[in-house]
Write a protein that binds this ligand. Structure first.
Ligand SMILES: N[C@@H](CCC[C@H](N)C(=O)O)C(=O)O
Length: 177
């Protein structure tokens, strides 16, 4: 997945940097709730939250993604909008995540999101550099390697929904879609 970008202005986010030039466990208000967030770009912007000031440990199954997701995505602190990962910590090597993707909504999996979640967990001191991430679509193994600063993702690939695209000939559809 390459190297994560943590410089706030490059992500981009307008949240004031609180650790060198990056945003790590910063407090922002979303829909009247004070959320702790860490921001990471994996080539696309991600806002990762592990909890609020009142409840430091999210129970991700209890989150109403369709309600809160758009409020993060369109928050004025994210000038290019943002993907948002809601993450529950089971241990220093095991996370569970649900994602609200910019422009797509709740999805079953997001590779860059899982990578951003692990980078954020490491920056917050919550996990080791090798970590399993459970997503609704299945688990991913993520490593943020110290030697080259790259993030590596390992996991299964499987087909999703097949949709017929009107106007494309059958050969094109069978071959490329
Ligand atoms: N919604 C993302 C782009 C999609 C990321 C992709 N699904 C992944 O698996 O990483 C964005 O707006 O950047």
């Amino acid at each position: 997945m390459g190297e994560p970008v943590v410089k706030a202005s490059d992500i981009p986010t307008k949240i004031p940097p609180n650790k060198n030039e990056s945003v790590v466990k910063a407090q922002i208000e979303v829909d009247g709730v004070n959320c702790n967030v860490t921001c990471v770009s994996m080539g696309n912007p991600h806002c990762v939250t592990f909890g609020t000031t009142e409840n430091q440990n999210l129970l991700v199954d209890e989150i109403n993604l369709a309600d809160i997701g758009p409020k993060f995505e369109h928050h004025t602190l994210f000038p290019a909008r943002t993907n948002t990962e809601f993450v529950q910590v089971f241990s220093r090597s095991h996370l569970k995540m649900r994602v609200w993707e910019r422009g797509a909504g709740a999805t079953l999996a997001c590779g860059t999101g899982a990578c951003a979640a692990v980078v954020a967990a490491i920056l917050e001191g919550l996990s080791e550099r090798n970590c399993s991430v459970d997503l609704p679509g299945g688990p991913l193994e993520i490593e943020w390697r110290e030697e080259d600063n790259h993030v590596y993702m390992t996991g299964p690939a499987s087909g999703g929904t097949r949709r017929n695209i009107q106007g494309y000939p059958k050969f094109f559809y069978d071959t490329f879609i």
